[in-house]
Design a protein around this ligand. Structure first.
Ligand code: GLN
Length: 558
């Protein structure tokens, strides 16, 4: 029988509920269990695909083309499993299913209600993940206990225990224990209130994870245990960690996984955390200073580029790089400001995006990197702007652009990026994109083939526009090589500039498949190229620290 863990959050949002759930997933997987994860989101959008990144952060894309919550990225990075769109259900998608069933007459004339119809649909989404090859499903309930829109989810989760048996369900509640400066004390009252609220919905937590900015004392844990009716061993403290990848180790030290196994009657060995511990060591030891700029228009909310940042960090861990990501607002990268905003960087990433704002700045950044030998990695829109830049400034195609940016006042004479004929007729905003994993074939002997170490690869996509095949030979002949395409050769997936250390763009989003212990190949090679260039240009920067590193290394190994 599959076991279920439900993770709820109280007191405030952004507590790291997703990271707590992911860390627990990692620990159970390291005990040999087959784990999958799911996020229930209480908003009415059918999926986050149409939401502005400022609203919701990055849209994470699964292999099967689901546009999902960014927490799925944490789940995949921590449990190292590829999830599907079934791992994310929103209020909107649940209501859509119920209303469609009602229209079909499936309810045989009954009054359709939140209980039982919506709650049954929520339970169905949870049960769907409990397949034969899964030992544990971890379901994170989005939002905060006390929100109006979370109620049907809590009710469904409450009923679920009755449906599948007490011994198969565990409730984990994540709360905040704030430190009140003037009083010099940590306070348990918000936790008490939050647990009371959860209980008023019929759920008594089995485990309380207390987030805090500093350790909480055993005395406080006893207090919470006493007032919230949870054994003291099940009051788990998770103080802020210096790196998110440290959280599984912190949770294990606090015996979170042990508690869960005991509650669910899981007889599993202690987790093998060798790889994870090595990863955390690498994070701590990274010392080579590198500045990489991410040039985008949502940079004031770095969550909008979460997977890009994580993929850069994964590559940095591997190269022992102490990475400083500079968030450069693309709107500002113009004219005289180009050198000022980019001149000090060791590398430039041009991430994905939609819409006109900031595009010219990205084009300028691509040019600056090309002309100055600065490594540059273009992702989706990033690749498209590289093609546009090259068309304008090298091929002499004045006004070259993507037809995405055509308007009443301007139609590009050279649409080097364009809609494919099949996409022109689609009107549903959610249905007109190339979404999910697609296979690409890389040219033998190309830079990208060498980077991937193979010529057939698969990466995830999320875009409408494509490199326009009409212009392809002109690019190929002039040194910007279309070095990877769809298997039928029709769609350009990778471009690379000859005679440049690293000026590579991909139509895909390789950041989505990067893992902390296995950086995405393009990011790995990109950070390697940035480092090699910086070491050549500025050896002193690495020299001083290399002595420090030798000392640090010997401390770690001794
Ligand atoms: N806006 C571009 C397109 O639709 C790029 C999308 C992206 O960067 N994800 O093709």
């Amino acid at each position: 029988m599959t076991k279920h863990i439900f993770v709820t959050g109280g007191v405030v949002s952004s507590l790291g509920k997703g990271l707590t759930a992911s860390s627990l997933g990692r620990l159970l997987k390291s005990r040999g269990m087959r784990v999958t994860m799911q996020k229930l989101d209480p908003y009415i959008n059918v999926d986050p695909g149409t939401m502005n990144p400022f609203e919701h952060g990055e849209v994470y894309v699964t292999d099967d083309g689901g546009e999902t919550d960014l927490d799925l990225g944490h789940y995949e990075r921590f449990i190292d499993e590829s999830l599907t769109q079934a791992s994310n259900a929103t209020t909107g998608s649940i209501y859509s299913a119920v209303i469609a069933a009602e229209r079909r007459g499936d309810y045989l004339g009954k009054t359709v209600q939140v209980i039982p119809h919506i709650t049954d649909e929520i339970k169905r989404r949870i049960s769907d993940l409990a397949t034969e090859d899964v030992d544990v499903v971890i379901t994170e309930v989005g939002g905060t206990v006390g929100d109006i829109e979370i109620l049907p989810f809590l009710e469904a989760v409450r009923q679920f225990r009755l449906d599948v048996g007490r011994q198969n369900v565990c409730y984990v509640h994540v709360t905040l224990v704030p430190y009140i400066g003037p009083a010099g004390e940590q306070k348990t009252k918000p936790t008490q209130h939050s647990v009371t609220e959860l209980r008023s919905r019929g759920i008594q937590p089995d485990i309380i994870v207390c987030r805090s900015d500093r350790r909480i004392s055993d005395g406080l844990r006893h207090k919470i245990s006493n007032l919230c009716d949870v054994p003291v061993e099940a009051v788990v403290n998770a103080p802020d960690a210096s790196s998110l990848y440290e959280i599984p180790l912190v949770m294990h030290d606090a015996a979170l996984d042990g508690q869960v196994c005991e509650l669910l009657g899981i007889d599993a060995p202690e987790p093998d955390l060798t790889d994870w511990t090595q990863l955390v060591r690498r994070v701590e030891r990274a010392w080579k200073p590198l500045r990489i700029g991410v040039v985008g228009k949502y940079v004031s909310l770095p969550d909008a580029y979460l997977s890009v940042a994580e993929a850069l960090r994964h590559a940095a861990f591997k190269h022992e790089v102490d990475l400083n990501i500079e968030w450069v607002l693309s709107d500002n990268v113009e004219g005289l400001l180009v050198r000022e905003s980019l001149g000090h960087l060791d590398g430039v990433v041009l991430p994905g995006g939609f819409g006109q704002r900031g595009v010219e700045g990205k084009i300028e950044a691509a040019r600056f990197a090309r002309e100055n030998g600065v490594p540059c990695l273009g992702l989706c829109l990033g690749m498209q702007v590289m093609a546009i830049e090259y068309a304008r400034n090298v091929l002499g195609l004045d006004g070259a652009h993507s037809s995405e940016f055509d308007s009443q006042d301007f139609t590009t004479p050279h649409p080097v990026i364009d809609l494919m004929a099949t996409q022109r007729t689609v009107t549903d905003m959610g249905g007109s994109m190339r979404l999910g994993a697609y296979v690409a074939r890389l040219d033998e002997g190309s830079q990208v083939a060498e980077i991937y170490g193979e010529t057939v690869i698969s990466e995830r996509h999320r875009h409408r526009y494509e490199f326009n095949p009409r212009f392809r030979t002109r690019f190929d002949d002039s040194g910007l090589r279309c070095s990877g395409t769809s298997p039928d050769g029709q769609l350009v997936e990778f471009v690379e500039l000859e005679d440049h250390r690293f000026w590579i763009g991909t139509q895909a989003h390789p950041e989505l498949k990067s893992r902390p212990n296995r950086p995405a190949p393009l990011f790995d090679a990109f950070v390697g190229a940035c480092l090699a260039r910086a070491e050549e240009l500025d050896p002193a920067r690495f020299k001083v620290n290399s002595d420090v590193s030798v000392v640090a290394d010997s401390t770690v190994t001794s």
